[in-house]
Design a protein around this ligand. Structure first.
Ligand SMILES: [Zn+2]
Length: 99
């Protein structure tokens, strides 16, 4: 086993700072890429009529829902996680009305 000098606290701290800086840059780059792909994808889906724009009743945010076969329709807002169609008549309401 080689007798390596133990790194000083200062050296370890410097390494951690470097690593943190690298991770921050990496994360930022990845999230910018994902955002860009998201924008392109949803703009395209909207253009070809495969996405529906709706407004969340809870947080008033505009949400683009993809309308693609095989992909389940979102029922909850991706932003605030509240149900998207809370004021919509459900089958239960329907049954009550007809009684
Ligand atoms: Zn919402």
């Amino acid at each position: 086993m080689s007798r390596q000098r133990k790194p000083t606290i200062r050296e370890v701290q410097s390494d951690i700072m470097d690593m943190r800086q690298y991770l921050t840059q990496f994360t930022k780059a990845v999230s910018m890429d994902i955002h860009r792909i998201n924008v392109i994808l949803f703009s395209y889906l909207k253009e070809v009529g495969k996405a529906e724009e709706i407004m969340c009743e809870s947080c008033n945010q505009e949400i683009l829902l993809p309308i693609i076969e095989g992909i389940e329709r979102e029922t909850h807002c991706p932003s605030c996680e509240q149900p998207l169609y809370k004021n919509q008549t459900t089958l239960d309401d329907y049954a009550e009305e007809s009684e």
